[in-house]
Ligand binder design. Sequence first.
Ligand code: DGP
Length: 114
Amino acid sequence: MTESCVFCRIERGELPSDRVYEDDRVIAFRDINPQAPVHVLIIPRKHIASLADLTPGDTELAGHMLRVAQQLAEQLGIRETGYRVLTNCGRDGGQVVFHLHFHLVGGKPLGRFA
Ligand code: DGP
C-alpha cells in the first residue's frame, strides 16, 4: 500500500515536492494543482488512508495537523485575510489520493461552502 502511495513516496523523498514544513510527525507541501494563491497539503508521515481510518490513537496527531495548518497560515501570510482547511473523504467526498491530507487554501476570497 505505502509502496505505491504517492504521498508516501513524497514523504520518503522519492518524488519531488515543494515542502513548506516538516517535523517528526507531519510534512506539508504545495498542491500540484493549486485552487488559490496559497494551497498547501498537510499530511501525516505515517500512512492513514483517510479521515475515516483515524483511530483513537491518532487523536493527538490529528490535532497536531490542525495546529500545523494554523501555523502555516501565519507563515504564508493568510492569517488575517482568512483561509479554509478541509479534507476530502471517500468517493462522495471527492477524495483522489488515499493518504490523509488537510488542504490549507487561501489568498483570495473562497466564497461560501455549500
Ligand atoms: P483529494 O484527494 O481530492 O483531496 O486531492 C488530492 C490533491 O493532491 C489534489 O489537490 C492534487 C494533489 N496532488 C496529487 N498528486 C500530487 C503530487 O504528486 N504532488 C503534489 N504536490 N500534489 C499532488
